[in-house]
Design a protein around this ligand. Structure first.
Ligand code: KG4
Ligand code: ZN
Length: 337
């Protein structure tokens, strides 16, 4: 089987070709980050319009790079949600229509399931069952992954997602959008012990997160203070420490609670180097194993959509002629394979 995958849930337009025996043959991506930067966040209408411009050329170049004729494809999979509805509809309409034109099945993929399955793109794939920490711009969740499609939510954020906490505090520090990677880079020059921010919910039992207090704490620290380069870096350091420590501690707690010893970290914040290093050290210290997708497959991409979609197409699932797109789509309502 060989599939074409399309991703357009937010501000990345992407296409990939994946083969069930040869693996990933091509993945193309266009990030709209420059388009949204002056607005300090993703503008949904602009995102949709840009997907319309970018997607078909990306599909064409993915097919060319994979030396694949559409007649060799067994299906088209596309991100059907959750995400920005207008943005989702562009990829869904294109994906469903190409499949119709080519006379092959189409299937809408759950974006978070795709993030969860992204480590399957790596040579060493995590075993099931495992615990997944899904940390992106929109989600912070600990999930018991029993099998493909069988997900039990152990805990999630009550307010801001971890990526949102990175982005919003970065904005308070005057860093350009998207702030997460910028803040992480700046934190490398920060000094330990100068500032300390609360570790949200760490003192409470359970696996819930809350990051909105961190943003308020940073706001109070910044207000009225002369923001020299050194102070900004010290605050960035303390913010990153607070977020990473919270994520690591709760992940360990989730392993403890489930009795599992394999952890998968996925989603955009999974690209954070400090998080990767600290998590690996903490989990291996208790005899467990951590799996990450490579950096480029932590953030939004079509390769992960291909892997998730391929699994479901191979299991005989495909959709009718409807163009499926859902802004909200609870992960624990998916059909187990
Ligand atoms: O998974 P993703 O690409 O999109 C969503 O589905 O949300 O995640 C994007 C999020 C943004 O909040 C971004 O700032 C954050 O991931 N991010 C990072 C890093 N790289 C991306 N946060 C901290 N450190 C990074 N290196
Ligand atoms: Zn994502």
């Amino acid at each position: 089987m060989r599939v074409l995958a399309i991703e357009s849930s937010c501000d990345e337009s992407a296409a990939a070709i994946y083969d069930d025996t040869q693996g990933l043959l091509a993945h193309e991506l266009f990030s709209q980050v420059e388009l949204h930067r002056i607005f300090g966040g993703v503008v949904p209408e602009l995102a949709s319009r840009d997907h319309v411009r970018r997607l078909l050329p990306l599909v064409k170049s993915a097919l060319a790079r994979a030396a694949t004729d559409p007649r060799e494809l067994s299906g088209v999979v596309y991100t059907a949600g959750p995400g920005l509805i207008g943005a989702l509809l562009t990829g869904a309409a294109l994906g469903r229509s190409l499949a119709y034109g080519w006379g092959i099945p189409a299937l809408g993929v759950h974006h978070l399931e795709a993030h969860l399955l992204a480590p399957l793109l790596e040579p060493e794939a995590p075993p099931f069952p495992h615990v997944a920490l899904l940390v992106s711009g929109g989600h912070t969740m600990l999930i018991e992954v029993r099998a493909v499609g069988s997900y039990g939510i152990l805990g999630q954020t009550r307010d801001d997602a971890a990526g949102e906490a990175f982005d919003k505090t970065a904005k308070l520090l005057g860093l350009p959008y998207p702030g997460g990677p910028e803040l992480a880079q700046l934190a490398e020059r920060g000094r330990p012990g100068v500032f300390t921010f609360p570790r949200p919910m760490l003192d409470r039992a359970g696996l819930e997160f809350s990051f909105s207090g961190l943003k308020t704490a940073v706001l109070h620290t910044v207000r009225g203070r002369e923001m020299t380069a050194a102070v900004t870096a010290d605050i960035a350091y303390a913010v990153q420490e607070a977020i990473v420590e919270t994520l690591v501690a709760k992940s360990l707690r989730a392993l403890e609670a489930t009795g599992l010893d394999t952890l998968v970290v996925s989603g955009g914040v999974g690209a954070n180097k400090l998080l990767r290093n600290r998590m690996r050290a903490a989990v291996t210290a208790r005899g467990g194993c951590v799996f990450y997708p490579r950096f480029e497959f932590c953030t939004d991409n079509a390769a992960m959509i291909a892997v998730a979609g391929m699994r479901r197409l191979a299991a005989g699932q495909h959709a009718g002629l409807e163009i499926a797109a859902r802004a909200q789509w609870p992960l624990d309502t998916l059909e187990a394979l």
